[in-house]
Design a protein around this ligand. Structure first.
Ligand code: F6R
Length: 609
C-alpha cells in the first residue's frame, strides 16, 4: 500500500510530485506529504486526509527546489494523522516508504537506547533514525542507506534525500514495487507507472535488493550490497490519456465503458485461425510441460478470486482437469497439497498483492509450475512465475476493479483453450465456436453497455435498501459474488452473493418485502432450476430483480424488475453479466454521494498481509 514519488532534475520538483501523487492516490489516501531540498535544507509538509489538503497547504506556502520526494499513505502502523504521515525525518535524513518493516520494534528500542527520539508511531521513522545513527557514526549518506537497508526485515520501497547531499536522491526496494523513469538528466521514482508516463517512457523496474543513486544528472544502479548492476530500461507505450478520466465523471465509469476495447486488446493477436490455436507469447511453458499438468490450483484475492472461480468452470469443462480455487491468504497458511504435477495460476490485476505473491512462492517451493494472469507488466507476480498471460486492460485507477476483472475472465478463457490444445482435450474442430464467441464478445459488450440508463433506474428504485442478495448458479455464481462485492465496496450496502440452489439451506430466512434479490436467470443449462429458486424468493415476498435473456417473458411476468441481456454462449455470459452488475454498484454509489473511485478504507494494491 501507499504510493511514493521522487524527482531530481532541473525543473521545480513540487508540482511534479503532487501530480504524481494524484495518480497514486488509488494506493492509499488517508494522508499525504512532500519534502523538497532547497538551498541545502529539507522542507517537509504533511497533511491528514486526501491529497487535496496537501495541495492547499502548498498553495498557501509554496515549496521551491528541484529535488523532492512525496507520499500518499494507507495506514498500517499508526493512525492516519499528520504526525504519522510521510515523509519522516531524522536529522538530515528524510524518506518516504511503502511496505512494512517487521523488525522495527527491536530496532526502535535499540535506537531509543542511543538517545534517538521518535515522533511518530510508524515503522518508517525507524529507517530514518537508523540511517542518521550510522551517519553520526561517520558513514556517508549512501553507505549509511546501504547498511541500514540490509538490517531491515519485511518489505520496503524507499526514496530518500539528505541535507548533507542536497544534489542527491536514493531509491531502493525489497518486496514492494518501484519504477524508475529515465529522463534527460532528470529522473523520476514512483510506485507505479502512471506518475512517470507524462515525463518519459523509458523505465526501469527495480528488482529486490537493488538501489539507485541519482547525482549530477546520472543514475548509478547497484545491488544493495554495492555490487555492479546492468540494467535494461523498458519502453512503456501506455498513453498518458489512458491514465486519465477521458471525460467521464469517474475513473470507474470510464473503465466500465472501455471494457469492449480492453477485451479487444486482451484478444489481439492471440487467436490463430489458421492453426485453431491460441498464441500466448509470455506463457513460458512448452506444450510438453502443459500436457504433464494433472491438476490446477488457482490462487487470488477479492475480485481476482471471483475470476478464478469462473476459471474453474472453464478449465474443468474443457480441459477435464481437477481445479481448486483458493483465497491466497488461506492457501499460503494451510500446508496445501501441490507438487510438480500441479499448475498454479495466480490471478492479480496489480501483480503485487502480498498474499498472492506469497502463495506463488509457496507453490514454487513445493515444485509446482506457476503462471500468472496479470495486468501490470513486469510486476512482482509476473516476474516470479514461470509464465504470464497479460490481460492488457491498461491502467486501472478506480479502486473497485472492473475492466481488470473482465479481461481476467477473457485471459482465462484463452489460457483454457491453449491448455486444452496442448493437452489434447480440445481438438482443432472444437475451437471454432470458441473463436466465434470471443470475436463477437466486444460487440455484445457494447450492447450490454446500452443498459446503463435502465440500470440507473433500477439503482434509483432500490438505493435505500439496507441489504441485497445476489443469486446465480454454475459459471454465473461467481458473478453473483462479484455483484455483491462491487455493491459492498462502493455503496457501503451490505450484500451477499449465494449459489441459488443453496438458498433453502439457510439464507431464505432473510427474505422479506424489504430485501432486493438480484437473480441471474439466463437461458442456460440452469435456467429451470434458477426460475424455481426465484419462485421461492417471490413466494416469501422478496423483490426480485432478474438479469435474464432478451425476450424471456416467463421471467418478466414473475420478477418485480427485469433487465435483458443479449443472447450469448454460456462461457462468455459472465463477462456480459459483469457489466450491469458493475453499473448497478456504480449508480447506487453515485446516488448515495459516495467517493466512487476511492471508497473508504480500501486501497487498490494490497501489498501487505
Ligand atoms: C475489488 C478489488 C479487490 C482486488 C484484490 C486483489 O474491486 O479490486 O478485491 O481484486 O485486492 O487485487 P489484485 O488483483 O491486484 O491482486
Amino acid at each position: 500500500m501507499c504510493g511514493i514519488v521522487g524527482y531530481i532534475g532541473q525543473q521545480p520538483a513540487a508540482p511534479i510530485i503532487l501530480a504524481g501523487l494524484q495518480k497514486l492516490e488509488y494506493r492509499g489516501y488517508d494522508s499525504a506529504g512532500i519534502c523538497t531540498i532547497d538551498g541545502g535544507f529539507a522542507d517537509v509538509r504533511r497533511s491528514k486526509g486526501k491529497l487535496q489538503n496537501l495541495v492547499q497547504l502548498l498553495e498557501d506556502s509554496p515549496l521551491q527546489g528541484s529535488v523532492a520526494i512525496g507520499h500518499t499513505r494507507w495506514a498500517t502502523h499508526g493512525k492516519p494523522t499528520e504526525v504519522n504521515a510521510h515523509p519522516h525525518q531524522a536529522g538530515p535524513v528524510v524518506l518516504v516508504h511503502n511496505g512494512i518493516i517487521e523488525n522495527y520494534l527491536g530496532l526502535k528500542m535499540e535506537l531509543r537506547d542511543q538517545k534517538h527520539n521518535f515522533k511518530s508511531e510508524t515503522d518508517t521513522e525507524v529507517i530514518a533514525h537508523l540511517i542518521e545513527h550510522k551517519m553520526i557514526g561517520g558513514s556517508g549518506f549512501v553507505d549509511a542507506v546501504r547498511t541500514s537497508l540490509q538490517e531491515l526485515e519485511g518489505a520496503y520501497a524507499v526514496c530518500l534525500v539528505s541535507e548533507t547531499e542536497p544534489g542527491m536522491m536514493i531509491a531502493a526496494k525489497h518486496g514492494s514495487p518501484l519504477v524508475i523513469g529515465l529522463g534527460d538528466q532528470e529522473f523520476f521514482v514512483a510506485s507505479d507507472i502512471p506518475p512517470i508516463l507524462n515525463h518519459t517512457r523509458e523505465m526501469v523496474f527495480l528488482e529486490d535488493d537493488q538501489m539507485v543513486v541519482f547525482k549530477d544528472g546520472f543514475a548509478h544502479f547497484s545491488t544493495l550490497a554495492g555490487g555492479p548492476l546492468t540494467i535494461t530500461p523498458r519502453h512503456i507505450d501506455w498513453s498518458p490519456l489512458m491514465a486519465e478520466k477521458g471525460g467521464y465523471r469517474h475513473f470507474m465509469l470510464k473503465e466500465i465503458f472501455e471494457q469492449p476495447r480492453a477485451v479487444q486488446d486482451t484478444l489481439a493477436g492471440r487467436l490463430l485461425e489458421d492453426e485453431w490455436d491460441v498464441c500466448l507469447d509470455n506463457i513460458g511453458l512448452s506444450d510438453a510441460k502443459l500436457a504433464q499438468v494433472r491438476r490446477v490450483c488457482i490462487v487470488a484475492c477479492g475480485t481476482s478470486w471471483h475470476s478464478g472461480l469462473v476459471g474453474k468452470f472453464l478449465l474443468e469443462e474443457h480441459c477435464r482437469l481437477p481445479v481448486e480455487v483458493d483465497i491466497a491468504s488461506e492457501f499460503r497458511y494451510r500446508n496445501p497439497v501441490v507438487g510438480p504435477e500441479t499448475l498454479l495460476i495466480a490471478i492479480s490485476q496489480s501483480g503485487e498483492t502480498a498474499d498472492t505473491l506469497a502463495a506463488v512462492r509457496e507453490a514454487k517451493l513445493r515444485g509446482a509450475l506457476a503462471i500468472a494472469v496479470c495486468n501490470v507488466i513486469d510486476s512482482s507476480i509476473a516476474r516470479e512465475t514461470d509464465g504470464v498471460v497479460y490481460t492488457h486492460a491498461g491502467p486501472e485507477i478506480g479502486v473497485a476493479s472492473t475492466k481488470a476483472f473482465v479481461t481476467q475472465l477473457v485471459a482465462l478463457y484463452l489460457f483454457m483453450l491453449r491448455l486444452g490444445r496442448a493437452g489434447g482435450s480440445i481438438t482443432p474442430e472444437r475451437m471454432m465456436p470458441h473463436f466465434t464467441s470471443l470475436l463477437h464478445l466486444p460487440a455484445l459488450m457494447e450492447q450490454a453497455l446500452l443498459l446503463d440508463n435502465a440500470v440507473e433506474a433500477i439503482a434509483r428504485h432500490y438505493q435505500h435498501a439496507g441489504d441485497f442478495l445476489f443469486l446465480g448458479r454454475g459459471i454465473n455464481y461467481p458473478i453473483a459474488l462479484e455483484g455483491a462485492l462491487k455493491l459492498k465496496e462502493i455503496s457501503y450496502i451490505h450484500a451477499e452473493g449465494y449459489p441459488a440452489g443453496e438458498m433453502k439451506h439457510g439464507p431464505i430466512a432473510l427474505i422479506d418485502e424489504n430485501l432486493p434479490v438480484v437473480v441471474i436467470a439466463l437461458r442456460d443449462r440452469h435456467y429451470e432450476k434458477v426460475v424455481s429458486n426465484m419462485e421461492e424468493v417471490i413466494a416469501r415476498g422478496g423483490r426480485v430483480i432478474a438479469f435474464c435473456t432478451e425476450g424471456d417473458d416467463e421471467v418478466r411476468n414473475r420478477a418485480e424488475t427485469v433487465l435483458y441481456l443479449p443472447e450469448c454462449s454460456e462461457w462468455i455470459a459472465p463477462v456480459l453479466l459483469s457489466i450491469p452488475m458493475q453499473l448497478l454498484a456504480y449508480h447506487v454509489s453515485v446516488l448515495k454521494g459516495n467517493d466512487v473511485d476511492q471508497p473508504r478504507n480500501l486501497a487498490k494494491s494490497v501489498t501487505v498481509e
